[in-house]
Design a protein around this ligand. Sequence first.
Ligand code: GTP
Ligand code: SPV
Ligand code: MN
Length: 587
Amino acid sequence: MTSKLEALQAWVDQVAAHTQPEAVHWCTGSKEEYQDLIEFMLATGTLKKLNQETHPGCFLHLSDPNDVARVEHLTFVCSPEEDDAGPNNLWMPPADGHKQMDALFENCMQGRIMYVIPYCMGPIDSPYSRCGVEITDSPYVVVNMKLMTRMGRKALERIEREGTFVRGLHSTGELDPERRFIMHFPEELSIKSYGSGYGGNALLGKKCHALRIASHQGRQEGWLAEHMLIVGLENPDGAVHFIACAFPSACGKTNLAMLIPPESMPGWKVWTLGDDIAWLHLDDGGKLRAVNPESGYFGVVPGTNEKTNKNAFDMITHDAIFTNVATTADNQPWWEGKKVGKPAKDWRGRDYDPANGPAAHPNSRFTVAATNNPCYSELADAPEGVPISAIVFGGRRKQVAPLVYEAKDWNHGVLIGASTASETTAAMVGDVGVVRRDPMAMKPFCGYNFADYWEHWLSFPEKSEHLPKIFHVNWFRQNDDGEFLWPGFGENLRVLEWIIERCEHRAGAHETPIGYLPHAEDLNTDALEITPEVLDELLTVDTEQWRAELQSVLEYLESYGDRLPEELRRQQQVIANALDDQLAKAS
Ligand code: GTP
Ligand code: SPV
Ligand code: MN
């Protein structure tokens, strides 16, 4: 096959000449192609069949043990000026980046097939959608892209019509961590990724395109590319609100996006639009609208069970690819927190031995098409997206951050987003459980200087008077014994109910220096097993702790130097002063 788009054909020819594959395959996105690739990977051992009676259409991929998470320390944003990448990114001059990557790619596809994957991020006929082409030598990448994006013929047609596309070049190389880099060239709308076959490192439509490159485009064009789930909440009266929530990696987006209401909240319905990424645009009326660029999920497996996330649990019983889970004696997939069955082989294919650590890798994942999800919203394909009532930031914090609070206005909300902190998780290579600032859950994904990104967020009130309200949540407060104070999962709907009732000016709240919090009685706690003391603790703002927090926020913001928007400094000052006043009053 060839493409009638000269720029695309020329790039494919040039990459093939440079990487020397055995053959070039243009992906059509057909079912037959998917099946053929699965058969090919079964034959080469890249995939293993799982128990087809209990899990029809399910397969297991075990990664190289050195290649099981995103690698932030090897991920670069190569903008022309270092300051444009900002302190939040690793940077290299574009020429040096290309030179280094081109040397790695030279002849790297010898003996391999080069796949050309045209894909469309977002509904195929939406003006908000953007296309890309990923060239890869990994059939595992192709099948994952098939499940997670609108990939193939239709995307190619749109690319040929529009003439523009993001260029993503990927090779698994030798899977050598010493020869592994993920580089972004935002000005050129291009990505080069070498040496990893894992998730966000290799499925270039996801974090590389839909966040790092798209955030850069969004800034130029007046929209936002965010690490947010999108969910529709229908109350018993049939009113639907859509909210978009930014939580860091492995902090609960997939779970919230397909939440099942608790029994004590009859009549509520939840619709999933997206579980990881949202593209947000203002429409002509000034309403913020969201589309999910993806059409499938690459979700965290451990912790998924009938109680925590029944939708996901059911969704992954058929037509799913598992990466780095354990298996039972009868070859069913198994993971920590599954609650049924027990592991026979671990994620490295060894006989399970607790001495070797968890049976499933803590960052083991499932890949499924969104159509597997029983509560997938029809509106996920709507070209105009859905109107957003509330934006919710969140993090994983044992302490400090209360269960929920509301920003006083948009700019205060931007400060709340910018100062969000969270404990690190297994989604990235590095220490787990270390609190770090993860502004808007975008620390690993913003393709330009955070100072400019906050300025961009702060520009929205000039463009619209109908912006959503902004909130912050924390499902992860712990007591001294390390137990979660809040039951989480389905019960989180109680907090979302308060949030949407605040949007409708129906729910009560009281003002604190950090924002509006519900009184205990403002939350729906019907049939909730929680003591008044615990609820009180979840809804308390500890003035001393928050003074220290605001000081630490100031230091963090100051690290962005002259480029930091003055408005954020001012917002920080207002809260710090209010906390000081409160302390003075108390003493
Ligand atoms: P990425 O795909 O990495 O962006 O992660 P995510 O934000 O989609 O996280 P996900 O929903 O997969 O949850 C990650 C882990 O957090 C899983 O092990 C969940 O079981 C756990 N989790 C999710 N929601 C809650 C909650 O409300 N409370 C508690 N305690 N744990 C939760
Ligand atoms: C994340 O780490 O936020 C993920 C998984 O959603 S990955 O695709 O690897 O980025
Ligand atoms: Mn994510």
